[in-house]
Design a protein around this ligand. Structure first.
Ligand code: GDP
Length: 519
């Protein structure tokens, strides 16, 4: 098979949701379709205790959670499916955001009983800023949830994206009859624990056709068909419209239909931007970028694994590649592919695939690896706005040299973000999840032999100032703390929405930049 054929078979995506919306349950069902696992309930160690996809890290073992995103792949209908996990719960970190730079599309799960929740919004914003196509699965229809129209309105309003339901739920909870499949003009009937059945619209029994739940739902759907957005694959692929499906991951109901539609619509890997223009996925020379580095928390095993997204050409185990940043050559002999059950050695890979490469402490997040004569680097990974802030200091002031060295390295690795308070120059660490502090503290102790102390600042809303404007330090205090980032750029950490809005009203001339809006 040639490179182009291989690339066209790849579907690389992530599932985003708020904790408890049903990501694990849905992923398990997808793995079942891929015949990768025989029984559901085996995706995360957390739930089943059977195995965790990545179990190298000490904290991970202690807590039984997967600290950093893992990857699962399996063949389905002739495609090669790569699912990248985006950890939520306590293990939410910048890695979760970075993982989204390595996918070609995203499945967004929404709990029909809750609607849009905080973590969904954050992850959605990252997809939006990357222009990633988003496919929506509204879950838990077997329970009493929000009204269908209200849910769609919520998505449109909160996330500012057009919705186009490709199926329509008939009732919910105890009255849940199934979904009406728009494309195939049929009812997909919910039969509780039994398999779903498919009944063409004009072959429905009188009992169903006259059921008030059915009539009401179809009346509503008629309105949506008439007044709602028309399906446009182009708009879906550019991230303007999201196709919406309804179902129950647990039952499972509507999952396979959703997945089949998704696979048909989701894009294969496309060209990616580099310093020398767009590189096509079927270009003959191998290239890729590192989006995550997983350090081993066990001091006896200092090995690290770098996660690389292949972007062009063909990867072969043992091949000689160049690290674009340093122009040094290296052999990629120790590589792993990530499958839910094990880490197999990968022999070859194509654009869209994710491989794990042994990292003898030379790689950085965002690094480009390549072969061939051309010189280029993939676009830098964006800086994501942290929301938690803590002052940090060494417990023992005598250790300040190691302290600085440790921070410098861990920050460079992308484990956490460093800021300095204006004037006092105190070190402030910014993170998107609490876990980042735990990992930081653990690694400072184990790798740099420094005990660190934190002083909580709390949740803050960071807004960068225009670097060209002169900063008037007298405008800032505890509620709108002035700090600088690693590039010495000034930003303000607002205590809450209120202080942000108050400041905006008072100083309309000061430009405040939200990183989620730029990048
Ligand atoms: P995650 O945190 O997003 O991975 O969510 P899980 O997949 O672990 O699901 C959270 C809880 O919701 C679990 O108790 C699931 O059994 C339950 N759940 C998931 N999908 C459904 C569904 O379709 N219907 C119902 N009733 N419960 C569900």
């Amino acid at each position: 098979m040639n490179i182009q054929e291989e690339v066209s078979k790849r579907k690389t995506f992530a599932i985003i949701s708020h904790p408890d919306a049903g990501k694990t349950t849905l992923t398990e069902k997808l793995l079942l379709y891929g015949n990768l696992i025989r029984s559901a309930g085996t995706v995360k160690g957390k739930k089943s205790g059977k195995f965790a996809t990545s179990d190298w890290m000490e904290i991970e073992k202690q807590r039984g959670i997967s600290v950093t995103s893992s990857v699962m792949n399996f063949p389905y209908r002739g495609y090669q499916i790569n699912i990248l996990d985006t950890p939520g719960h306590e293990d939410f970190s910048e890695d979760t955001y970075r993982t989204l730079t390595a996918v070609d599309s995203v499945v967004m799960i929404i709990d029909s009983t809750k609607g849009i929740e905080a973590q969904t919004i954050k992850l959605f914003k990252v997809c939006r800023m990357r222009g990633i196509p988003i496919f929506t699965f509204i879950n838990k229809l077997d329970r009493e949830g929000k009204e269908t129209l209200a849910l769609l309105e919520e998505i449109e309003e909160v996330l500012d994206i057009e919705t186009c339901p490709l199926n329509w739920p008939i009732g919910m909870g105890k009255r849940f009859l199934g979904v009406y499949d728009r494309n195939n003009e049929q009812l997909v009937k919910f039969n509780g624990n039994e398999e779903e059945t498919y009944i063409p619209k004009d072959e429905l029994s009188e009992e169903i056709a006259n059921n008030p739940t059915y009539i009401e739902a179809m009346d509503e759907f008629a309105l949506v068909e008439e007044a709602g957005a028309q399906f446009s694959l182009e708009d879906v692929l550019s991230g303007k419209q999201t196709p919406v499906f309804f179902g129950s991951a647990l039952a499972p109901f509507g999952v396979q239909t959703f997945f089949d539609h998704f696979i048909d619509m989701a894009p294969a890997p496309g060209g990616r931007k580099t310093t020398e223009g767009v590189v096509s996925p079927d270009a003959p020379d191998f290239s890729g970028f590192i989006f995550k580095i997983q350090a081993n928390m066990n001091p006896a095993h200092r090995d690290r694994v770098a996660f690389l997204r292949v972007c062009s050409g063909k990867f072969e185990r043992g091949m000689d590649v160049r690290l674009a940043r340093t122009n040094k050559h290296m052999k990629l002999a120790q590589t792993q592919q990530f499958v839910a059950s094990s880490r197999d050695t990968v022999e070859e890979a194509y654009a869209g695939d994710i491989i794990g490469i042994y990292d003898p402490n030379v790689y950085r997040i965002g690094d480009t690896l390549l072969t061939g004569k051309d010189k280029f680097e993939y676009d830098e990974l964006p800086q994501f706005p942290p929301e938690l802030f803590k002052k940090v200091m060494a417990k023992n002031a005598m250790k300040s040299k190691q302290f600085k060295k440790g921070i410098e390295q861990l920050v460079q690795e992308g484990a956490i973000q460093l800021f300095k308070q204006y004037r006092t120059e105190s070190y402030i660490l910014g993170a998107v999840g609490e876990l980042q502090y735990e990992v930081f503290q653990y690694r400072m102790k184990n790798e740099y032999h420094v005990d660190v102390l934190f002083e909580t600042i709390g949740e803050r809303i960071p807004r960068w100032l225009n670097p060209d404007e002169k900063v008037d330090a007298s405008l800032y205090d505890e509620r709108n703390m002035l700090v600088t980032d690693r590039e010495e750029q000034p930003l303000v950490l607002f205590k809450n929405d209120f202080s942000l809005n108050w400041f905006k009203d008072k100083h309309p001339d000061i430009e405040l930049i939200d990183l989620f809006e730029v990048n």
